[in-house]
Design a protein around this ligand. Structure first.
Ligand SMILES: Cc1cc2nc3c(=O)[nH]c(=O)nc-3n(C[C@H](O)[C@H](O)[C@H](O)COP(=O)(O)OP(=O)(O)OC[C@H]3O[C@@H](n4cnc5c(N)ncnc54)[C@H](O)[C@@H]3O)c2cc1C
Length: 269
């Protein structure tokens, strides 16, 4: 076995089996097979002849892999031109995922396309006897995603939109604050804009509730060799993360403040 095989870094070819729109410019792609992923892990998707980019695994069970992808720039625009039957490559799964816990009261908070990995972890919590609440946030109702999946799974679903077109008008943090005042929560897990996650990590810390956040940094190799995805503290988010505890995240000076682009240039959130 070569190192490339051992590290799970050789792309495997998959045909796009199915796809549908989740929301405006947000599409779920389905592939037959498995990457053996745990919720919160990610894979590298190779767009042949173009580029390779990291995406959270939205589902990996029942013989299907689902990725929910938002069209934001050149690579995702290219991918959105692909049709059913077209081939792509997937490497992974990589990284450290979310914890799953038994018989607890869990709140998941997703913002924008960051909602992508949360249904998968919610299902695992449910199987372990935990109660799952999913707070989904977006700028507007037309950008909300995975609401139906979560309702069908039997999660309690609460929605927040910045413009009030659906659910609570405002931010997911407002909905979470209400819940924290009303009930005992054992674990909060969140993925979305870093400013949102930082506020959630701080709220959870203040209330002494366990919390995990999923941190995105620019990723190239996905398995710890290139060092592109380090935080300012020098931790590689493709290996230590993307999911880390709130305590750890709050210790990163760049968390919720800035990230770095493909050439290391600083970009404020
Ligand atoms: C662990 C992880 C999980 C992710 N999961 C999802 C997901 O489930 N769904 C989804 O829609 N998007 C996800 N992303 C973001 C996704 O990788 C970017 O949106 C995509 O790479 C954009 O490429 P682009 O050429 O279309 O846009 P660009 O215009 O090149 O970039 C748009 C934004 O994406 C960021 N980005 C671009 N390339 C990378 C890269 N190689 N690594 C990290 N960030 C990059 C840029 O910094 C910029 O903020 C995830 C990123 C990471 C790191």
């Amino acid at each position: 076995m070569t190192l490339i095989h051992a590290l799970n870094t050789e792309p495997k070819a998959f045909a796009i089996h199915d796809m549908w729109e989740e929301a405006e410019n947000i599409r779920t792609f389905v592939f037959k097979g498995t990457l053996g992923s745990k919720p919160g892990q990610f894979c590298m998707l190779w767009i042949p002849g173009y580029d390779e980019k990291p995406f959270s695994i939205a589902r990996d069970y029942d013989g299907e892999i689902w990725l929910t992808i938002c069209k934001v720039g050149p690579a995702t625009e290219k991918l959105f031109e692909f049709k059913k039957g077209n081939m792509i490559g997937l490497r992974g799964s990589f990284g450290h995922g979310f914890s799953t816990v038994k018989n607890k009261n869990i709140v998941l908070v997703g913002g924008g396309y960051g909602t992508a990995p949360l249904h998968f972890v919610g299902k695992k919590h449910q199987e372990a006897g935990s109660k799952v609440t999913m707070i989904i946030g977006a700028r507007s109702a037309n950008l909300l995603m995975h609401e139906k999946w979560c309702e069908e799974a039997g999660f309690r679903v609460l929605v927040a939109t910045n413009d009030g077109t659906k659910g609570t008008e405002g931010f997911t943090t407002h909905v979470l604050q209400d819940l924290l005042a009303k009930e005992k929560i054992d674990l909060i897990q969140t993925c979305g804009p870093e400013v949102m996650m930082k506020a959630i990590a701080q709220m959870a810390t203040d209330e002494k509730v366990a919390c995990e956040v999923s941190i995105e940094r620019y990723m190239k190799c996905g398995f710890g060799i290139c060092g592109q995805c380090v935080t300012e503290s020098g931790e590689k988010m493709c290996q230590t993360g993307p999911v880390v505890s709130a305590d750890k995240a709050l210790g990163y000076t760049d968390f919720g403040v800035f990230h770095r682009g493909s050439e290391g240039q600083r970009k404020n959130w």
